[in-house]
Design a binder for this molecule. Structure first.
Ligand code: HPA
Length: 242
């Protein structure tokens, strides 16, 4: 099975046929829309909940990833709304994430490996994003950008201009509040993952004005094209059963 995780602006997929399930895991329960009929190969998980009520620092990332693993998901494409720190990805543009830096502060339940019977495990993150799955996205959508390095803050507040200046100096390109935790857990769970970032604003102090967001209409348009792209790429990768 394949999965899409959506966030801000992407809490449902137009035309996707699925049933809402509350899936219990050892880490708590997760809300997942499991495909039915023609879409029975796909699961969709809105990370902030279908009513967009869970802020980034309170998302139960472990339950979400564990629920997808339990459904037999092997590949996932995740979508993140971000702020633009560099010119790599400008507002209204969509790109794949190349790498991440986790500055969320360590206060989240961010690992499945908590010692005891789990043992002491250090999962490599030198290729957190699957190159083949990422290439498949670019092959399907030649206009897709390389969004560069995603820096993950804890939120829910936005950053100060000084924080964003520091991020630019460190070579980070886009800023958000969720990807590092989610991607690291997906890798710990052995899922292949590729990620799309779409920019909804210049980060604090980068643009000429105070932080302003792109319009809801533009977000809705980008959502439809991104979810279509994810579904096309993932469907093509289904192994036909004998
Ligand atoms: N900062 C952090 N997260 C975000 C932003 C931002 O400017 N825009 C969208 N998600």
């Amino acid at each position: 099975m394949k999965a899409i995780i959506g966030g801000t602006g992407v809490d449902h997929i137009s035309g996707f046929q699925g049933e809402r399930r509350q899936i219990d895991t050892p880490y708590g329960s997760a809300e997942v829309f499991v495909g039915t009929g023609k879409d029975a190969w796909l699961a969709f998980l809105p990370r902030h909940g279908s009513g967009h009520s869970v802020p980034p620092h309170l998302i139960n990332y472990r339950a979400n990833i564990s629920a997808l693993k339990g459904l037999g998901v092997d590949e996932v494409i995740t979508i993140y709304a971000v702020g633009s720190v560099s010119e790599a990805l400008r507002p209204e543009e969509v790109g794949t994430i190349a790498d991440f830096a986790d500055l969320s502060g360590g206060g989240r339940a961010h690992t499945f490996f908590t010692g005891d019977e789990q043992g002491v495990v250090h999962v490599g993150m030198d290729r957190a994003f699957d190159p083949e799955l990422t290439d498949a996205l670019h092959a399907h959508e030649p206009n897709l950008k390389d969004a560069g390095v995603y820096v993950c803050t804890n939120g829910p507040r936005l950053e100060t201009p000084s924080e964003i200046r520091m991020f630019r100096t460190l070579g980070f390109d886009v800023v958000g509040m969720t990807a590092a935790t989610e991607v690291a857990l997906a890798r710990e769970a052995g899922l292949k993952i590729a990620s799309l970032a779409y920019s909804i604003n210049w980060a604090a102090g980068v643009g000429p004005d105070e932080v302003t967001f792109i319009t809801d209409d533009t977000i809705a348009r980008l959502k439809d094209s991104m979810t279509r792209l994810c579904m096309d790429v993932l469907e093509e990768r289904l192994v036909a059963l004998p």
